[in-house]
Every structure is written in structure tokens, then in C-alpha cells.
Ligand binder design. Structure first.
Ligand code: EPU
Length: 443
């Protein structure tokens, strides 16, 4: 993978100018990478469309190629063709070069067990927004009959001496990744699998749709139970990825924070309803069209809100950070209770340095206590506004926090230097070009 020159990893931003214009959002980062892994289940060709040019796609392509899979990426067209007719065991040292680059490699476990009889998973990366353990993933794999060997220093070695077989699995928390793990590992298992306490995010439902196209038997009940009847084999798929509702909401928040007006082509209402309700409560306006959604600040005061992040259909944790920047411009006290990750408010410190008034609390400031109650995590934030923001030197901490810092720099008066912006390439396609198209003063 290309290394990043630190000199070129800085964005100079002069804020204080409303963002205005039109940008296009393509497929969801948190679906596309999983659909690419699913292609590994079938000894055939799969075609995924509406794929954004983001670093996670590059990481998964590299990992697939290391396993002998042919991957052809047409970035402009947004088409990825994956030919998994032949698969081979990757060299552990090669796989290891990808360690720390993403959380997706753990999802290779099931597909590799079917195709190769064993899997080596490198140490995982992803945003540092909490401890992010993988205990649910490993418990699930063990219940399905896998043997997990964590002795290996650089990663995990997984085998299934007697093959994978259906099982009854319950997730203590509706984890997105562990639900996807179960789907990808159980579709070809012998017999039936019942997964209770599953996550049902739209990105997961799109993965279920892909697996159904491939020949899988999966049903989803209203009570978060997913039933999978193992089948003997799967075939390749052709599928168009659902749009990235996190990226869409990020641009919507940018419009609100900068007093702007942004048409997000590709954004779709159904999976964004919870966000749209909150956006409207704050005082933002939107207009839903067939091909996208226009978001704008109508003038006047923005209103404070109290929100809690949650699993679907709740308010997404990934929507929280960009919106907090807009809340620094609302008149009064807003409260955000983060219930998905224990440590997702680190990004607020630079905002405070820029002039925001944000206080973090260990208590659950929400309607119900969450998993982090009585524990030592600052997982509630109180934001008092409106506060003018001043430009600053900011180091990007993680993907969503980093995009929020960009929004803050664009909202602030005076120049900012946002360092480490290549982290944002993990999930925001062409964000520099999009900012220019929206009239941002960046260099
Ligand atoms: N958890 C465990 N054990 C596990 C797995 C999860 O305790 O084995 C905990 C996590 O620590 C966390 C909670 O369960 O507190 C939820 O984690 P989940 O497994 O749902 O998250 P994930 O699959 O690791 C995906 C997205 C995240 C998004 C979350 C929640 C991808 C690649 N990542 O992560 O996206 O925040 O679901 O919707 O799909 C992002 O895009 O910036 C991002 C972080």
C-alpha cells in the first residue's frame, strides 16, 4: 500500500465561509468491504457496483489478492469485480503487512475456513474509539466448531478440524461485526444456526441480500433473531451497494455548522430517518428528492437537542461526531449520550481549544442507563452554544472525529492546519475535491 508523505498529509483551511453546492455520495463503506469478503465464499465471479474509492476498499482488495483472488477495481465506474474461482493460502508474513489497517480481516475467518480449511487473521486496526474487543467474533466461531489459536504473536490462526456446523448463538450486545461474522461463517455450515441479539443495521440487511443472491437461506425476525440454514455451495453475485448514510449525514452536518446549503446526491431517506428527525429538531432544513437530499441552514438560531446513540434504528454512533460540531452553533444546552462506544468523545478536546464549550461526563446523561454506567468512561457530552470557533492546529484522531475537525475548521474564523488527513481517506471518497466543489477555502 502507498505510504503517506507527512508533508502532504496536512490540509490548510480558512473557515468562516458557508459551504454550498452539490456532491455525490456512493456506496457505504461499512457494507462494501463486507460484500467484498462475501465474494470469497463462492468459487466464481462477483460484481459489486457503486463502490467508492476509499482506503478500506484498497485494504480488502489487497487481502483478497494475497489469497490468490483476482480483484479488478474500476474506481471511476465504481465497479469491483472479484474472481474467487481459485483461492490459495496466503503467506503469513504478507498478510501481516496489513495488520493494523482495518477491522475487516476478522471477517475473512468463515470464508477462508470453507475455501482453505484454515485462516490467519492479522492484528486488527480501525479507529481507536474504545477497546473494541473481538470476543463475540471468536465465541461465535468457536460455537460453529472453529478452533481459535491466539498463540500467534502477530494475529490469530483459526482451523475447523471437523468443519463448521450450525449452532445457537446469542450476542450479549447487537454487534454489527459479530452479526456479519455469524452470517459469513454460518451460510455454508452444516445445519441450522440461530443468532439472537443480532444487529440489524441496513448495511447488514444489504449483506443478507447479497448472500441471498449467492444462494444462502437466511431469515430475519422482528425480535433481532437471524436464522440461517446452511447450504452446500454458493455462487457469485452482482449487486449495487446501498448509499453511505454516514457520509451523507456528515455533509448534512457540515451544511448546518457552516450556515451552508449542500445537495447530497445519492443520499436516501429511509435509512436516514432518525438523523433527519434530529436535523429538523435542531432547525436544519432538508428537501428529499428522488436522487438525493438537499440540506441547508435556513438562518436564525439553531436549537439544542438531547440525543443518545444506539444500534439501528437508533441514532448512529457514527453520526454523532459531525453533528456535535453543528451543536456548538446551537443556542442552549445540548446533550449527547454515547452508548455504543465507551471512548468516542476524544475528538471534542480540539473543539474546546477552538472555543467550543463541551463538558464530558462519566454518568449516563440519557433516558436509560447504558452498558457504561458506573464505569470510568466519559461517554456523555454537554455542549453549550453558540460559541464562535477559532482556527487551530489539529491532529486528526480517527475517521469520524477527523471529519468533524474538518467541519470545525470550516466553521471557524481564521486559518486552521488539519494534520493527518489521510485517515479521512479511509471512509470519505474524494473529500478534498468535494470540499473544493462546495467552495471551501482549502489548500
Ligand atoms: N463489541 C464487543 N465485542 C466484540 C465486538 C464488539 O464488546 O466482539 C462491542 C464494541 O466494543 C462496541 C460495540 O460492541 O462497544 C459495538 O461494536 P460493533 O461490533 O457493532 O462495531 P464494529 O462492527 O466493530 C461497525 C462499523 C463502525 C460502527 C459500528 C457500529 C465497520 C467496519 N465498522 O464496527 O464504523 O461504528 O459498526 O455501527 O463496519 C466508522 O465507520 O467510523 C465506524 C467506526
Amino acid at each position: 500500500m502507498a505510504t503517506v508523505d507527512p508533508q502532504n498529509d496536512v490540509l490548510h483551511v480558512v473557515g468562516g465561509k458557508p459551504l454550498g453546492g452539490s456532491i455525490h455520495v456512493r456506496g457505504a463503506k461499512n457494507f462494501v468491504s463486507k460484500a467484498m469478503v462475501a465474494a470469497l465464499l463462492a468459487p466464481g465471479v462477483s460484481v459489486l457496483k457503486n463502490v467508492p474509492e476509499i482506503r478500506d476498499v484498497q485494504v480488502v482488495s489487497d487481502l483478497l489478492r494475497l489469497h490468490g483472488v483476482k480483484v479488478n477495481v474500476q474506481p471511476k465506474e465504481g465497479v469491483v469485480t472479484i474472481d474467487a474461482s481459485t483461492v490459495e493460502l496466503a503467506d503469513v508474513a504478507d498478510v501481516d503487512t496489513l495488520s493494523g489497517s482495518s477491522r475487516i480481516p476478522i471477517l475473512f475467518s468463515g470464508p477462508l475456513l470453507y475455501r482453505m480449511g484454515e485462516a490467519f487473521i492479522p492484528a486488527l486496526g480501525g479507529c481507536r474509539i474504545g477497546s473494541r474487543p473481538i470476543d463475540f467474533h471468536l465465541d461465535t466461531l468457536r460455537k460453529l466448531g472453529a478452533k481459535v489459536d491466539k498463540e500467534h504473536e502477530a494475529g490469530i490462526h483459526i482451523t475447523a478440524p471437523n468443519g463448521l456446523h450450525g449452532a445457537k448463538i446469542h450476542l450479549p450486545y447487537p454487534s454489527v461485526g459479530a452479526t456479519e461474522q455469524t452470517l459469513l461463517a454460518a451460510v455454508l455450515a452444516e445445519g441450522k444456526t440461530e443468532l439472537s441479539g443480532a444487529a440489524t443495521e441496513p448495511e447488514i440487511m444489504d449483506l443478507v441480500a447479497v448472500l441471498q443472491k449467492m444462494g444462502a437461506q437466511i431469515s430475519v425476525d422482528v425480535d433481532r433473531t437471524i436464522r440461517i440454514e446452511g447450504v452446500k455451495k454458493l455462487k457469485g453475485y452482482t449487486h449495487t451497494a446501498l448509499p453511505d448514510r454516514i457520509e451523507a449525514a456528515s455533509w448534512a452536518s457540515a451544511a448546518l455548522a457552516t450556515h451552508g446549503d449542500i445537495y447530497v446526491e445519492g443520499a436516501q431517506q429511509p435509512d436516514m430517518m432518525t438523523f433527519l428527525n434530529v436535523f429538523r429538531k435542531i432547525g436544519g432544513e432538508f428537501d428529499i428528492r428522488d436522487e438525493g437530499i438537499r440540506f441547508w441552514h435556513p438562518g436564525g438560531d439553531l436549537h439544542p437537542v438531547a440525543i443518545e446513540t444506539d444500534v439501528h434504528p437508533g441514532f448512529m454512533t457514527d453520526w454523532q461526531q459531525p453533528l456535535v460540531v453543528a451543536l456548538t452553533q446551537a443556542k442552549g444546552l445540548s446533550i449527547v449520550h454515547e452508548t455504543v462506544y465507551e471512548n468516542r468523545f476524544g475528538f471534542t478536546r480540539p473543539l474546546v481549544q477552538m472555543g467550543a464549550t463541551i463538558q464530558l461526563y462519566r454518568e449516563c446523561l440519557g433516558s436509560l442507563p447504558c452498558r457504561f454506567q458506573q464505569r470510568n468512561f466519559e461517554h456523555s457530552a454537554v455542549i453549550f452554544g453558540p460559541t464562535p470557533l477559532q482556527g487551530q492546529i489539529i491532529d486528526v484522531p480517527d475517521l469520524r472525529g477527523g471529519f468533524s475537525h474538518l467541519i470545525a475548521a470550516l466553521t471557524a474564523t481564521g486559518p486552521s492546519e488539519v494534520r493527518g488527513i489521510s485517515l479521512i481517506d479511509r471512509g470519505y471518497e474524494d473529500f478534498r475535491e468535494k470540499l473544493v466543489a462546495l467552495g471551501a477555502n482549502i489548500d
